[in-house]
Design a protein around this ligand. Sequence first.
Ligand code: FMN
Length: 406
Amino acid sequence: MDLRDKRIVVAIGGGIAAFKAVEVVRELQRRGATVRVAMTASATRFVGPITLTGLTGTPAVVDLWDPRYAGEVHVELGAWADAVLVAPATMNLLGRAAAGLADDVVLATVACARGPVIFAPAMHTRMWTHPATTHNVERLRAVGAAFVGPVEGPLASGEIGMGRLAEPARIVDAVEAALRPGATDLEGVRLLVSAGPTHEDLDPVRFLGNRSSGKMGFALAERAAARGALVTLVSGPVALTPPAGVTRIEVRSALQMREAIASRADEQDAVVMAAAVADYRPSERAEHKRKKAGEVQLTLVRNPDILLELGERRARLGAHRPVLVGFALETQDLLDNARAKLERKKVDLIVANEAAVGFAGDTNRASLVDAAGATALPAMSKHALADRILDRVRERLGVEAPPERA
Ligand SMILES: Cc1cc2nc3c(=O)[nH]c(=O)nc-3n(C[C@H](O)[C@H](O)[C@H](O)COP(=O)(O)O)c2cc1C
């Protein structure tokens, strides 16, 4: 019930995913929120206002000119709401909002919102990747809007691609996050996040890799950007799209990742190493595809330990920046190994998780280990865990959380 006493306007745009707004409203209510609904004219083609009226117990507002609304409905909804959630946000709606238009009840409510505005876009991949949409998302971000999704998956067209509405629970998580005190508490903090596996080439077609999905690092980048940080995401090969507004640097091997990070570390306030960097690489990479032969012996050589190098360099300089966070993925003796890692690598925080829980899925169970001790966290979404890690980074940076929004 984390949204108890919160008032949320759900503003529905005219996309095929509009029917999922029903589920979003219900999830908001399940977590304690009072919900009112605004809809664009197009949205009413996809889902009936009566459904939303019935669910919320108050009329879904569609028409600015409806004589039943006594007051100034274009101002009133935004002023009433603690947060305005636009779901689904169509390409058209993002464009109109970015341009500062206010020609229907949804846009007037967005314009008059006194609290955070969260957009949950949903559209065909070609609409989402259109330069106009990219530009509009950047403009809205620049004026403080938060984004959740879209995600990759089956689209209404039958194709699979980027542009699907985020899951209702994720959308409501984002509303919760935007309403937390100090939601933009990392404003201006320069943060580098590494993510994904590294691929260590054996020959032009084969490599040694690991099963890291990159989801944890991408969740960290997304949440940090939403909280106002200037994020650089150094990512190994993954099938994920970076969140809007994040600078992405793609690398393949551990050596490339080290170069990408080391050359930028000094300008960062914090570095979070969520990547699963290979400990070893083949001693040589064959120029041509290796031929089949009987038994093959591979010689592996150690890769540099990027986090250790960062920790040692910082200690050598006697500096406190960047704040350094590492991950320890273990199958046994989790906490002992994490404590040892913390000391040996001279870093500020180790996020320790069990290999069985962490990979590929959307949830994680971890302990946060620092010099003061270990805090075991319950299982939670990777985005929620990202927020807990970022809270620690903020504490370490000594950045004060701003006062709660009025
Ligand atoms: C069947 C159908 C499905 C549509 N789905 C989407 C969609 O998922 N995302 C989107 O951005 N536009 C979609 N559109 C186009 C929008 O409805 C159109 O751009 C409209 O003007 C959006 O209005 P609004 O954003 O003001 O609600 C769809 C149109 C039709 C006819």
